[in-house]
Design a protein around this ligand. Structure first.
Ligand code: NAD
Length: 298
């Protein structure tokens, strides 16, 4: 079997196109342009690339991107003061702090200081909590993007066994909540899991976000499974690869995401979608999601 590729680049471009239409509508109908504040602290080269991509994606879709490039010496209090300011700024709909941040700054305190309705990364405990109780508001970008990729396959999720490898606050945990919401029976593996191979072998859907190059061997993949690789690593030769051994996994899976061109572009696309949603909800043009728990969801 040779797996079909899930083309994240194409799906992300379609989402960005829809975002651009919604931004124009908001501008034409209500005269407001969504604004996203992107904060970066220090000069980490990978973070600089991510931030550049996010800012140019904003420009492409008509979202106003406001740049805050802060020195590595920025203190937690200085950052909290900036966020307080942005929380109260009516022209700002979304606030994003690029990670990692310098050691002197506690990222969880920073995330909790962002107004939940401007938390377009979907990392705030309020937004994670809304996802946990089946009334999602602003959803974590990478897991939300993965769900769009899974939906694009046209496969049904209800009752399927889904495994998330990785249990971080920003990726693995909300990913598991998304899959649960979609009706999957979920398992989560992490650094203390014994016998990862057995967990992978029985799973219909495998989503890997461990940050370990080639961790999941292709031979472990159940024939016909769907494989989503969130990991991203640059090899010594400069090639981008993921957490899954792609060439052998591709021989067994029914669907698989490539690295690059799989999950990566979706993260940015969902950030833009969240920014427009945040703008509409905060300005009262869109409901923030059903407050009654949807019991048709798992
Ligand atoms: P993290 O380091 O915060 O978390 C890694 C998780 O993997 C932890 O829960 C850890 O317990 C688990 N883990 C580590 N070794 C393991 C092992 N041997 N077996 C099973 N589990 C193991 O990382 P993160 O922020 O969640 O990111 C994970 C990866 O996803 C990284 O490669 C990151 O670059 C990538 N990422 C990509 C995107 C994207 O848009 N493509 C977005 C976010 C993160």
């Amino acid at each position: 079997m040779s797996a079909k590729l899930i083309d994240g680049k194409k799906i992300a471009a379609e989402i960005r196109g829809l975002v651009a239409v919604r931004v124009k509508e908001l501008l034409d109908t209500h005269g407001c342009q969504p604004g996203l504040a992107v904060i970066i602290i220090g000069e980490d080269p990978a973070s600089q690339v991510y931030v550049r991509n996010k800012r140019s994606a904003c420009e492409e879709t008509g979202i106003r991107s406001v740049a805050y490039d802060l020195p590595a010496t920025t203190t937690q209090d200085e950052l909290l003061a900036l966020i307080e300011n942005l929380n109260n700024n009516d022209d700002i709909d979304g606030i994003l702090v690029q990670t990692p941040v310098p050691d002197a700054i506690d990222i969880e305190t920073i995330i909790e200081s962002i107004r939940a309705d401007k938390d377009v990364d979907g990392f705030h405990p309020y937004n994670i909590g809304r996802l946990a109780v089946r009334v999602p508001a602003l959803r974590s970008c990478t897991p939300y993007g993965v769900m769009k990729l899974l939906e694009s396959t046209g496969e049904k999720f209800y009752g399927r066994e889904a495994l998330v490898v990785g249990a971080s606050n920003h990726v693995g945990r909300p990913m598991a909540l998304e899959l649960l919401l979609a009706g999957c029976t979920i398992s989560v593996c992490h650094r203390f899991t014994r016998n990862l191979e057995e967990w992978v072998k029985r799973s219909d859907i495998v989503v890997v976000a461990a940050g370990k190059q080639g961790l999941v061997k292709g031979e472990w993949i159940k024939p016909g499974a769907t494989v989503i690789d969130i990991g991203i690593h640059r090899t010594e030769s400069g090639k981008l690869v993921g957490d899954v051994d792609f060439s052998t996994a591709q021989q067994r899976a029914a669907w698989i995401t490539p690295v690059p061109g799989g999950v990566g572009p979706m993260t940015v696309a969902m950030l833009l979608q969240n920014t427009v949603d945040a703008a509409l909800i905060r300005r009262g043009f869109k409901d923030s999601g059903k407050r009654t728990v949807d019991l048709s969801r798992a």
